[in-house]
Design a protein around this ligand. Structure first.
Ligand SMILES: Nc1nc2c(ncn2[C@@H]2O[C@H](COP(=O)(O)OP(=O)(O)OP(=O)(O)O)[C@@H](O)[C@H]2O)c(=O)[nH]1
Ligand SMILES: [Mg+2]
Length: 321
């Protein structure tokens, strides 16, 4: 007897965009990395780390969540910052669900009110994520919930620790409930929308941010000037042993842009110590990602007022290669 043909149509598959909104440094990029289980966005303890919106795509049997990691909400003083805020504004209109993230360890301030004002007229569903709960006592979390719950009509309020992974399963379950039913938007093997070149420049910027202080995190940028891959020949076999396949070599020339001459010296450091450390840290991570040997040539260039230069901003925001 012929077996009845069963069509395995996926039922209740959900897919949509979920945008992160919040002050700088609250942990938006950390959350996207934790949920995807891979580094999508660079993270640092300095505000305004993320400068363009980046996608983190998670496909499961239940559906596809396309996280939109945004720059932090701040008052823009330069063209770069206006462009950063434009990413935030556009995701308010395009996302199916918004996640407003706050830092549980910080007192409510003007900046938090500014974010709430931006969200006031938004009609999309909004969750409140209270992040960094690992840093505060339980009673404080209850107080935060109490003070926030009537400020906007939140669909859900979820205390989490993006860093430790607390409550992220629950968050993911709740997200699915608010996504529309529909087919996947991206191929399931895709996890982000960034080009290799953009990713590499971000790795350098992350290492740079770890080393610099004061205004430098805001006034520096990284541009990849060239990238060249060479396939090396196999190492000749010695005796009876088979030859060892050599790893390809990738030569990368990158430039750190600064706004002032004295900043150049600060980044180079005493006898070049700082730029060497940045270069070594970046190279190690690049070698893992590219599965290649990397030769990284880092230089520093003064480019006055680059944060107001359309040309430079286009160059460093070029995400999709
Ligand atoms: N203790 C603790 N620290 C966290 C948590 N989540 C993030 N952080 C830290 O907070 C800092 C900022 O994290 P990011 O993920 O870069 O924050 P962001 O909101 O993306 O910041 P911008 O890109 O500047 O808007 C980093 O030092 C993180 O390690 C958390 O749950 N607990
Ligand atoms: Mg970020």
């Amino acid at each position: 007897m012929a077996r009845k043909k069963t069509t395995r149509k996926k039922k209740n598959f959900r897919a949509g965009y979920v945008a992160l909104i919040g002050r700088p440094n609250v942990g938006k990029s950390t959350l996207v990395n934790s949920l995807i289980g891979q580094k999508i966005a660079i993270v640092s303890d300095k505000p305004q780390t993320t400068r363009v919106s980046l996608l983190g795509i998670k496909t499961t049997d239940r559906g596809q969540i396309v996280f939109v990691d945004n720059p932090g909400v701040h008052k823009p003083l330069h063209l770069m910052n206006r462009r950063m805020m434009n990413y935030v504004y556009s995701s308010l209109e395009t996302a199916d669900l918004l996640l407003l993230m706050i830092d549980a360890s910080k007192k409510f301030g003007h900046g938090d009110q500014y974010v709430l004002d931006i969200l006031k007229n938004v009609t999309r569903p909004i969750f409140l994520l209270i992040n960094k709960v690992d840093l505060v006592k339980k009673e404080n979390i209850l107080l935060i919930i109490d003070s926030y719950k009537d400020l906007l009509s939140f669909k859900e309020i979820v205390p989490i620790s993006a860093l430790k992974g607390d409550n992220l399963d629950r968050l993911e379950n709740l997200i699915y409930q608010y996504l529309p039913e529909g087919d996947k938007i991206y191929d399931e093997e895709e996890i982000t929308d960034q080009s290799e070149k953009f990713l590499l420049s971000e790795i350098i910027r992350e290492k740079l941010l770890n080393h610099v202080e004061e205004e430098l995190p805001y006034t520096t940028a990284v541009v990849i000037r060239s990238m060249e891959r060479t396939e090396l020949p196999e190492k000749p076999a010695s005796g009876h042993r088979p030859g060892k396949p050599a790893r390809p070599l990738v030569r990368i020339q990158a430039e750190i842009l600064v706004e002032k001459e004295n900043h150049k010296g600060m980044i180079i450091g005493r006898k070049g110590a700082m730029i060497r450390a940045i270069g070594t840290e970046a190279r190690k991570e690049m070698e893992e990602i590219l599965e290649s040997q990397v030769f990284l040539e880092l230089s520093v260039r003064v480019r006055e007022k680059w944060r107001d230069s359309e040309e430079i901003l286009d160059l460093i925001e070029e995400k999709k290669g």
